[in-house]
Design a protein around this ligand. Structure first.
Ligand SMILES: Nc1ncnc2c1ncn2[C@@H]1O[C@H](COP(=O)(O)OP(=O)(O)O)[C@@H](O)[C@H]1O
Ligand SMILES: Cc1cn([C@H]2C[C@H](O)[C@@H](COP(=O)(O)O)O2)c(=O)[nH]c1=O
Ligand SMILES: [Zn+2]
Length: 190
């Protein structure tokens, strides 16, 4: 796995597309290969226990909950990590430039950084931090859920409720993955 030293791996796409599953799989492989790895998750996501990342199909990974990128730096200093994984990166606290600078510093030091995060919100607007990070990636994977209306590759996470605030934590209670065509039809109908 030494070919991933100093490399940035990003898993993005809509909800239910397998971003967290892919991050989990990567982290577990680095662990098997004997690398010092910690997976972090932003404190905003309160769905599951603090010390665990959980996929929609209920597989789990040990995790450390953090408020911002600076807390990840502190862990990195204390544990001299080889691999830093961050789930739900769109919710990580801190200014975009601080997140980008810190990730670049990790990469310059030869750390492997694995990120998973939504590319777009419920309205199809890009999450700014993910938009900024995507061109920096050495390996960029855009994952696709299955559109729940027509069965083609989904494009966006459609919100099923009328809530308009950007952040609403939830799963199938709040969101459904839709392809562009079904999303536009849904919007016309509202
Ligand atoms: N419409 C869907 N399309 C694809 N997978 C789905 C769908 N609905 C539920 N799932 C489940 O979601 C899992 C992916 O979960 P996860 O890795 O947590 O996704 P993400 O992090 O992208 O939200 C799939 O393996 C599947 O079991
Ligand atoms: C689209 C969208 C999502 N969210 C929330 C909903 C979930 O709690 C997470 C995404 O989790 P997943 O692992 O990618 O399924 O984000 C939100 O707050 N706002 C949105 O627009
Ligand atoms: Zn569709």
């Amino acid at each position: 796995m030494h070919q991933y030293k100093g490399k940035l791996i990003i898993h993005t796409g809509s909800m239910f597309s397998g971003k967290t599953s892919s991050l989990e799989k990567d982290v577990k492989r680095f662990n098997i290969a004997g690398y010092k790895t910690i997976a972090f998750k932003p404190s905003i996501d309160t769905r599951y226990p603090k010390s665990e990342i959980r996929t929609h199909d209920n597989t789990t990974l040990n995790a450390v909950m953090v408020n911002n990128i600076f807390e990840i730096c502190e862990y990195c200093k204390s544990y001299d990590l080889d691999v830093i994984a961050i789930d739900e990166v769109q919710f990580l606290g801190g200014k975009i430039e601080d997140i980008v600078d810190t990730i670049n510093k990790f990469l310059e030091k030869g750390k492997t950084v694995i990120l998973a995060g939504l590319d777009m919100d419920f309205s199809g607007q890009a999450f700014e931090i993910v938009k900024e990070l995507m061109p920096m990636a050495d390996y960029l994977y855009k994952h696709h859920a299955v559109c729940v209306k027509c069965g083609t590759d989904a494009w966006v996470s459609h919100r099923k409720t009328k809530a308009q605030e950007r952040i609403v934590i939830g799963a199938t209670d709040e969101y459904e993955p839709l392809c562009r065509k079904c999303f536009l039809e849904e919007q016309k109908g509202q």
